[in-house]
Design a protein. Structure first.
Length: 452
């Protein structure tokens, strides 16, 4: 019996149900389950529909992928609903001036390495980045952290310096979005802004606007390849190389957004095809890595081969066997992903859905802290929510590997700016997520734990 179509319908209904649940909650539209459901509906399912009846796919591969996708979505949703023991959160008073100085430092540090990336030879920026380019990219990420701190402070109590830092960073981000076609940057910056508006001022976009933005975002993100072809039209070396050009309004309007989405719905995509083949190969060979991918990705990100030697770095990594090519003679196209469903499945079979549950628990705890007016929770939730969404489209490993990077850059700033703990701390409980701040929303008063 073919379970492909019923599973496709079941995943679609589950994603719709989680999306409706989020829309019905006063604050549900910025919580992880709702945002993950929009990725399912706007990115994964349109690509999966086109492959549901393809006879050339591995037998049972589509059903395995869809069942895994269903378990992962259930893991994300259950992380928000499961009853947890209340966790104690140590709340701190912070010095706003020191936080702002930390934001300036992070911005300057990240901008310097962003400039260093632009000074690299074009051939180093084509294809998959390696070597010094990855180090510069790692350091340049500090600019996002500086922006997040500055924007939160700007909403808390207006400051010319905070405004200047925010605007300075936005210039670079808008350049990357509109000139580079960087949809990841667009998503990350948008969520930093939206979460900050909610946590600081209780400003939430109307539901109809959220739905419209989700639909428009799906059309734009799925057509990003056509947009990039306009900005890199003179490039001979690929992404990141050649001359930059700003598309005209007519060129942007000429992109067939609806047609691109219909094409995915009719033929599928490389990303979902990759996931089917790779999951099928691992399932057939039982060659599970039990978290080896997470370990290797962690070493790749944080062990500098240029300093310690590439042979030493390679000796620390696990030798993982790729059974996809010998079993199916299938090679993944460079630059395409295989979704977070594969990397979690390849680690722990269907139990890999627990990775999504764990991400959901982390995001829930941060959200609870943010709703208690904890600056730590607000900052980390805004910085991590986009990466949590990328767990669906790219890899769950990205989230766990990104955590140390955020801690490395942000925790020293928070430590430098802290004054004293709030007596008694606070208990994290799910009901506290709807408790208003200790000031009226939208007034911009400085809470007691933030004194200039």
């Amino acid at each position: 019996m073919n379970f492909d179509s019923p599973l496709l319908v079941l995943v679609t209904l589950a994603a719709l149900a989680v999306a409706v649940w989020g829309l019905l909650q006063p604050d549900g539209m910025l919580r992880y389950p709702f945002l993950a459901s929009t990725v399912y509906l706007g990115w994964f399912l349109p690509r999966a529909i086109g492959l549901s009846e393809k006879a050339w796919l591995p037998v049972g591969g589509y059903s395995t992928l869809m069942f895994m996708a269903l378990l992962c979505l259930l893991g994300i949703y259950s992380a928000d609903k499961v009853r947890l023991r209340p966790g104690r959160a140590q709340l701190w008073e912070y010095d706003e001036r020191k936080l702002l100085l930390g934001s300036v430092g992070l911005t300057a540090f990240g901008t310097f390495f962003a400039f260093m990336i632009s000074s690299l030879p074009p051939e180093m920026l084509s294809g998959a980045w390696t070597g010094v380019a990855t180090i510069y990219l790692f350091m340049a990420k500090a600019q996002y952290f500086g922006f997040a701190v500055a924007f939160l402070l700007l909403l808390r109590s207006f400051s010319k310096l905070a405004l200047l830092v925010a605007m300075f960073n936005m210039y670079f981000f808008l350049f990357a979005i509109f000139i580079g076609g960087r949809r990841g940057v667009a998503l990350e910056i948008s969520l930093i802004i939206l979460t900050a508006l909610w946590f600081e001022r209780r400003i939430m976009l109307p539901r109809l606007m959220i739905i419209a933005l989700a639909v428009i975002g799906s059309l734009l993100f799925n057509s990003i390849g056509q947009y990039r072809s306009l900005t890199y039209r003179d490039s001979k070396l690929g992404y990141g190389a050649g001359e930059w050009s700003i598309p005209s309004i007519n060129e942007i309007r000429s992109i067939d957004y609806i047609g691109t989405l219909e094409s995915f719905a009719a033929t599928g995509s490389n990303e979902v095809s990759n996931a089917i083949y790779y999951i099928s190969a691992v399932n057939n060979s039982s060659d599970f890595n039990f978290g080896g991918t997470y370990w290797n990705d962690l070493l790749f990100r944080y062990v500098p081969g240029q300093l310690l030697g590439f042979d030493f770095k390679q000796s620390l990594m696990l030798q993982l066997y790729d059974s996809t090519s010998p079993i199916f003679a299938y090679e993944r196209q460079i630059g395409t992903t295989y979704t977070g469903f594969f990397d979690s499945f390849s680690a722990f079979w269907y139990f890999g859905a627990f990775s999504f549950f764990l991400i959901g628990i982390i995001m829930r705890r941060l959200y609870e802290r943010a709703m208690m007016d904890d600056f730590h929770g607000k900052l980390f939730y805004g910085l991590l929510i986009a990466v949590a969404m990328h767990a669906v489209t790219h890899s769950t490993s990205w989230f766990f590997v990104y955590l140390p990077q955020v801690f490395l850059f942000v925790l020293p700033v928070l430590w430098m700016a802290r004054r004293r703990p709030i007596p008694g701390g606070g208990l994290l409980h799910r009901d506290q997520r709807r408790v208003p701040l200790d000031r009226e929303p939208g007034r911009g008063k400085v809470p007691p734990r933030f004194r200039p």
